[in-house]
Design a protein around this ligand. Structure first.
Ligand code: SF4
Ligand code: SF4
Length: 289
């Protein structure tokens, strides 16, 4: 079962939930669980594990085309074929250029060009690392090259690392928000956990994410983090819309201090551990259905 953990905004505790659920399942239920950090712009799952062992690390590249203006006839066929408006051709000026920030490395322009004016060159996209952790099968992390805007492309590459893997549960920690990288992360998940907080901002962003998942026709449930703060509006919304509440994680200053020091897996309060075990049980039941 592939489970994506998402949230409409940053700071709701999505990473905390991903890491704790992974650890809880690996420790108490099933060693055959995998964690995948798809928040490639700012991956930070690894810092919550104590001395995770780096097993492997590889650079991932994307092919960026380049136009040789000495060969180019400025016919603009490549412009017509490019769906991402990445190519600029100005015949009068004999100008031909590809914007690497817009290019999705689809290769269409190279196929379109009948004059052999386009060649493709590898450019760094990011790094994929595999870490061994105390419990579970380990963490896979994607880290985007600084300056690259191709989060979605790297997330696709990260997901290939677990394609065909026989893990019983794979947890994808999605980027925050509702943009393309989130859609890519949740697109082939069997179930989505939405993490929110009981504040007006939390409710606002939750509603947007719920609409996205309804459009994608994905089953989902909600974890309310920092419960006890704010109002009951979020619970009323879940009830009225018949959305499953998977669990409440209470607000705790002590735990917030643990988080700030990257120490969320040690000295976890009993009430938190109980909550995570209950949520893990629900997920394991869903995975066996
Ligand atoms: S298709 Fe080839 S020849 Fe035509 S404009 Fe593009 S690069 Fe130049
Ligand atoms: S590889 Fe694809 S996205 Fe990039 S410039 Fe060529 S056609 Fe456009």
């Amino acid at each position: 079962m592939k489970i994506a953990v998402a949230s409409g905004k940053g700071g709701t505790g999505k990473t905390t939930v991903s890491v704790n659920l992974y650890n809880t399942i690996g420790k108490y239920f099933d060693e055959n669980v995998r964690l995948v950090d798809c928040d490639v712009e700012e991956p930070n799952d690894a810092i919550f594990f104590h001395n995770p062992i780096l097993n492997s690390k590889k650079e991932v590249h994307q092919l960026i085309p380049e136009i040789d203006v000495e060969v180019c006839t400025f016919c603009k066929k490549c412009v017509e074929w490019c769906e991402f408006n990445a190519i600029t051709i100005i015949k009068n000026l004999e100008f031909a250029e590809i914007n690497p920030d817009l290019c999705h490395s689809c290769g269409a322009c190279s196929v379109a060009c009948e004059f052999g004016a386009i060649t493709e060159h590898p450019q760094p996209l990011g790094v994929i690392s595999h870490f061994q952790t105390e419990y579970g099968k380990g963490l896979i992390e994607g880290r985007l090259e600084i300056g690259s805007a191709m989060q979605t492309m790297l997330i696709k590459e990260v997901k290939k690392e677990v394609a065909g893997e026989n893990s019983s549960i794979i947890i994808f920690d999605a980027p925050p928000g509702t943009s393309c990288p989130v859609v890519e992360t949740v697109s082939d998940a069997d179930y989505i956990i939405l993490v929110t907080e009981p504040t007006p901002f939390g409710l606002h962003d939750l509603k947007i994410t719920v609409e996205l998942l309804k459009d994608l026709q994905k089953p989902f449930g909600v974890i309310v983090n920092k419960s006890g703060l704010g109002s009951n509006d979020i619970y009323n919304y879940l009830e009225v819309n018949n959305i499953e509440l998977l669990g409440n994680i209470p607000f705790s200053i002590e735990y917030a201090a643990n988080y700030a020091s990257g120490n969320i897996l040690n000295n976890i309060p009993v009430k938190f551990e109980t909550t995570y075990r209950e949520i893990a049980e629900k997920l394991i039941i869903k995975s066996s259905l």
